[in-house]
Design a protein around this ligand. Structure first.
Ligand code: SF4
Length: 291
């Protein structure tokens, strides 16, 4: 793996209240090899060249330790927004694991999203972090065959549900990101129902979804190429239905209601504010038990 220079690792989160209560944000790798057909991080605005090639950042653990040590305010560190931190190279380099150890050591919390079941390797560290832990497995298709088409280089959805169960069984506040709901591909009502049911059966505390997919510039180009490869005729349907729209939502207007009803049926949190309060409250309770 190549390592690129990086002056800073930890950044202040500009919209943490809208994104799982994270106070800080960091991406330990640049690029992502998981190949999701809809990936927003491919967009030109982020300027990540050779997106599918993962690179590390030179001296990042040392830099991160310095930054965590000197931050006056402790808080929750978000990981995994622009690049899945549990990529295959993480097995060898353990950069995420080392970063989590520092988060624990300096009294920060963590909010992490991934599609990889490699996350369960770090269960031992998550359980020792006392300042807030929320873990999110991103799952868009209940069916494994479909998940392998749209997220080809990461484990299938069933393995991600098993990861939800392992983390939940360890007492960690874990849930599912149903994100995005891809029109004409994953927006079948049965798929939404199955994901929410499986989340519940595997011990998730929440399911969160922003709805449709966003498409722009090179992200759209890549998406259309993959549609041509795996979903014959769908590119043309997208062009007819959405034109150049940024936000592409399912024509099924019933989905939002169905999503809410299914979450309520299983007692799963689904609103951002409730989810944030849920995991922060869980940590307070844990601390009380520890005393
Ligand atoms: S895992 Fe996330 S960052 Fe990686 S390709 Fe998929 S959507 Fe993009």
């Amino acid at each position: 793996m190549d390592f690129i220079p990086a002056k800073t690792i930890l950044q202040k989160h500009a919209h943490g209240d809208q994104w799982f209560g994270a106070d800080y944000n960091m991406n330990l790798y640049k690029g992502c090899p998981h190949g999701c057909i809809y990936c927003d991080s491919r967009s030109d605005c982020y300027r990540v060249e050779n997106f599918d090639t993962v690179r590390g950042k030179a001296n990042e653990i040392e830099t991160l330790e310095r930054e965590l040590q000197t931050r006056k305010r402790r808080g929750v560190v978000g990981i995994g927004a622009m690049s899945d931190t549990y990529n295959p190279l993480e097995k060898q380099y353990e950069i995420t694991r080392k970063a989590l150890l520092l988060i624990q050591k300096y009294g920060f919390g963590v909010s992490l999203e991934t599609k990889s079941d490699l996350i369960v390797r770090d269960t031992d560290i998550f359980t020792k972090i006392k300042a807030g832990v929320i873990l999110k497995l991103s799952i868009t298709a209940a069916d494994d065959e479909l998940s392998k088409k749209i997220e080809p280089n990461v484990c299938a959805s069933s393995a991600r549900f098993r990861a939800v169960k392992t983390l939940s069984d360890a007492g960690l506040f874990t849930g599912v990101l149903l994100c995005p709901i891809i029109p004409f591909i994953t927006d079948a009502e049965g798929n939404i129902r199955d994901i929410i049911r499986l989340a519940y059966e595997n011990g998730a505390k929440f399911v969160w979804s922003p709805g449709g997919v966003t498409l722009r510039d090179s992200q759209r180009e890549y998406f259309y190429k993959q549609l041509d490869k795996h979903f014959s005729g769908l590119k043309e349907q997208y062009m007819r239905t959405f034109g150049n729209s940024y936000a592409c939502h399912s024509p099924n207007k019933n989905l939002a209601v169905l999503f809410k009803e299914e979450c309520l049926k299983y007692g799963l949190l689904y609103k951002m504010g409730d989810i944030i309060r849920g995991y922060k409250k869980a940590e307070v309770e844990q601390l009380t038990l520890d005393i």
